[in-house]
Design a protein around this ligand. Structure first.
Ligand code: DOR
Length: 431
């Protein structure tokens, strides 16, 4: 393995409280030195990181890789390539594959495909319930031993409170979180967008914010009761942020994430009927968006995760209310963090970086998220000033379902190093 020397970058590593110009030497895949003026030897692969940001490899704790079952939408190969392009050295893949990740055979298959692909590391999430049906707990112990890092029925809520209670109790034995897709399906049965002025005007069935909030409240109560760990996925409403903030004050073991689209877009945009705007939970109001930003600022929301949800062109080229929910996010996350949070001075760069490195790794207790001497090097280098226009045809992801086409973005990922191996160089995937 080549020795890599990263020269003169601004190293931002919230996990070791580092924010300064330094060089990093990687020998045999392992971080050997972090200091100024490391002398370059001819055998080294040197990376000039001047004016660039050097961080721990990003971790996306909410990705849909679709394999097995929907390889027409995404595969582990294309999804992990997209991850690397976006600066992610690790992705946590959701259980709503077909068949779902409720069986150790599927976990093993995912690990094997990820290893063959050789790009980002893949950490599978196991199902809470068999077949994601919400009726009977999956074999969580077996799945844990096979390597899952959390359980979730994401895409589907766990409606039955008894199942949720048992999931929290059971996962507590392994100290892994239940990632909760909070949605009361009875409250939003036929809903396709946020319930509000725009849904009324457009004549589209609404999804009230309370359908999320009621489940956030229930799950916090159950986490408090069981002392289990609940992680609230894709937070979209102001009331959810308030509940999580209060619960954290009471030391309930609750953590939370939001996705870039919830701090960028609002429901008024659905006027365009662009089906790429159809997501679950739906885009909410301006007030909700501001509360999400506040939650990110004060630490109520620990993590920014993409909820990368690929769907084919054919699936999305239908009427708004017939379209499947979801948008891709791996290759735009950094651009939106920089333009929507950093440029608008909502977050500092170190704080934003902690939400895609240190925080997900601590919640999931996975390696990475930090640049540590003696540890395998998962490192991302990006140019924060580089301007680009979003063109989904240039994406590595198999699906192109994004409403951000044509948007001006900032920040290009230049290098990605996974376990000491360069997989992205000068912004291009190395095959
Ligand atoms: O918009 C979404 N799409 N939300 C989810 O919870 C699931 C996801 C998917 O799997 O497409």
């Amino acid at each position: 393995m080549k020795t890599i020397l990263i020269k003169n970058g601004r190293v931002i590593d919230p996990g070791s409280n580092l924010d300064r110009i330094a060089d990093i030497l990687i020998v045999d895949g392992v971080v050997k030195e972090i200091k100024k003026n490391i002398v370059k030897k001819p055998s080294y692969e040197a990376i000039d990181a001047r004016k660039k940001i050097v961080t721990p490899g990003f971790i996306d704790m909410h990705t849909h890789l679709r394999e097995p079952g929907r390889e027409d939408e995404e595969t582990i190969l294309t999804g992990t390539k997209a991850a690397c392009k976006g600066g992610f050295t690790s992705v946590v893949c959701m259980a709503n594959t077909d068949p779902p990740i409720d069986d150790v055979g599927i976990v093993r298959l995912i690990f094997r495909c990820a290893e063959e692909a050789g790009f980002a590391k893949v950490y599978p999430v196991g199902a809470v319930s068999k077949g994601l049906k919400g009726e009977e707990l999956a074999e969580i112990g077996d799945l844990y031993r096979a390597g899952i890092v959390a359980v979730s029925d994401d895409g589907m809520p766990v409606t039955n409170s008894e199942i949720m209670r048992r999931a929290l109790e059971y996962t507590n034995m392994f100290d892994i979180p239940v990632i909760s897709h909070c949605e009361d399906r009875f409250l939003c049965e036929r809903g396709v967008m946020n319930e509000g002025y725009t849904s009324t005007r457009l004549g589209l069935e609404g999804i009230p914010s309370v359908s999320e909030v009621i489940m956030v409240a229930r799950n916090i109560i159950l986490a408090e009761y069981t002392k289990g760990r609940v992680h609230i996925a894709h937070v979209s409403t102001a009331e959810s942020v308030n509940l999580i903030r209060d619960a954290k004050k009471r030391k309930v073991k609750v953590t939370a994430e939001t996705a870039p689209h919830y701090f960028t877009l609002t429901d008024e945009l659905v006027e365009s009927f662009d089906t790429n705007l159809r997501v679950n939970p739906p885009l909410r109001s301006k007030e909700d968006l501001s509360a999400i930003v506040e939650g990110l600022k004060d630490g109520t929301i620990d993590v920014i995760a993409t909820d990368h949800a690929p769907h084919t062109k054919a699936e999305k080229e239908v009427e708004f209310d017939a379209a499947p929910t979801g948008m891709i996010g791996l290759e735009i996350a950094l651009g939106l963090i920089l333009t929507q949070l950093i440029e608008k001075s909502h977050l500092t760069l170190p704080k934003a970086i902690s939400k895609i490195t240190l925080n997900p790794s601590s919640i999931l207790k996975i390696k990475g998220g930090i640049i540590k001497l003696g540890e395998m090097a998962d490192i991302t280098i990006f140019d924060p000033e580089f301007e680009w226009e979003c063109n989904p045809n240039e994406f590595e992801s198999k699906s192109k379902n994004t409403p951000f086409k044509g948007w001006k973005m900032k920040g290009r990922v230049e290098y990605v190093i996974v376990s000491g191996r360069i997989v992205l160089k000068d912004g291009k995937i190395i095959v």
